[in-house]
Every structure is written in C-alpha cells, then in structure tokens.
Design a protein around this ligand. Structure first.
Ligand code: NAG
Ligand code: NAG
Length: 174
C-alpha cells in the first residue's frame, strides 16, 4: 500500500494541521456522500504516510487516486487467481468483464492523477467518474446472472476509495 501511494512531489514544509486536513476533508465528503464512511476515509489516508504531510485537498485527491489504484491492481491479481481455478465458461466471462473494468480503471486513475498534478481538475473529474464505475459494473456482471460475486469485498473497497477521490475533486472545483 505504501509503495503505491508514494508521491514525487514532496511538500517543502510540513503543515502542523495535517491530521485535521484529513479529518476535515473526510467529514465534509462523508456528510455530503452517504456512501462514504468517515472512519474508512480517515483510516485509508492514515495507511499512506504521504497523507501526514499533505497540506491541501489536491494532494489528498491524488493520494486517494493512488489508493484506489492500488486496490484495482490488487483486485486484478485476485481475478487472475480466480480465473486459474474457474472452469465454468459463463463465470469466466464475468471475471473477464471485471478484469477489463479494472484494467481500464487503472488507466483512468493514472490519467486522473496526472491531470490533478497540472490542475486540470475537470479532466480529473471525468476520468475519476469513469474509474468509479468499475466496481458497480463488475458487481452487475454477477448480479445480472444471479451469481454470487466472488469480488464483493474488493469491489466495495475499491468503490469507496474511488468515490473519495471523486468527491474531493468535485469539492475542489466548487
Ligand atoms: C469543509 O467544508 C466547509 C464548509 O463548507 C469549508 O469551509 C471547508 O473549507 C471544508 N474543508 C475541507 C478541508 O474540505
Ligand atoms: C496505477 O498502477 C499502475 C500499475 O502498477 C501504475 O503504472 C500507475 O502509475 C498507477 N497509477 C497511480 C495513479 O497510482
């Protein structure tokens, strides 16, 4: 997790109010987005050392994109594992759908983080919205076939992280 959220832009000075920036941001977005849990938000940022030196919301949005990305990478590896055991073709097709969704999401999150770095927040929002859909599209592939999703946990974790990144960028643009 730590390796994935490492930022190249190291702030020149450390703000003493960092804990409160994470807390305040998580409080703001969890209040306006019922699907984002405050504790999950704070704990996710605290898992990344860069959050401790993050001085602004833009940096937190980049960190959230990286955290979502690292869950997407982890989910791809999990899908690969499930594929190796799965003999049922319709189920393999559903796993394929999820693999494609997460593979696209990784590209979208990476583009979004690059856009945030150069203050193209509108573009970042577009790419994060697209990336957010990966979790629900993957879940839908199983739900539509009335098959229990083997990726429920990963989809839920990823969905929250992507929603956090998107909510922060939406707030930045206001
Ligand atoms: C949280 O919301 C308040 C009220 O809208 C706003 O003044 C403040 O800047 C926000 N803080 C952060 C870190 O988002
Ligand atoms: C997402 O993960 C991929 C593959 O590891 C990496 O190349 C990319 O830079 C990561 N993007 C972000 C935003 O962390």
């Amino acid at each position: 997790m730590r390796a994935f959220c490492y930022l190249l832009l190291i702030p020149l000075f450390i703000s003493l109010s960092n804990a409160s920036i994470v807390e305040e941001t998580c409080k703001n977005i969890s209040t306006s987005h019922p699907n984002i849990a405050y504790d999950f938000c704070v704990n996710s940022f605290e898992s990344c050392e860069d959050s401790l030196v993050a001085a602004d919301q833009r940096t937190l949005a980049i960190i959230a994109s990286r955290l979502a990305n690292s869950t997407a990478v982890k989910t791809e590896a999990r899908i690969q594992e499930l594929m190796e055991e799965e003999k049922n073709q319709p189920r393999r097709n559903r796993l394929d759908t999820c693999m494609e969704e997460y593979s696209n999401a990784i590209d979208e999150l990476t583009t979004a983080a690059q856009a945030l770095n150069v203050c193209r927040d509108g573009d970042a929002q577009t790419f994060l919205s697209a990336a957010l859909d990966a979790a629900s599209n993957c879940e839908d592939a199983f739900a539509e076939a009335e098959d229990a999703s083997p990726l429920e946990e990963e989809d839920a974790e990823y969905g929250q992280l992507a929603a956090i990144a998107l909510a922060i960028v939406a707030a930045l643009r206001r």
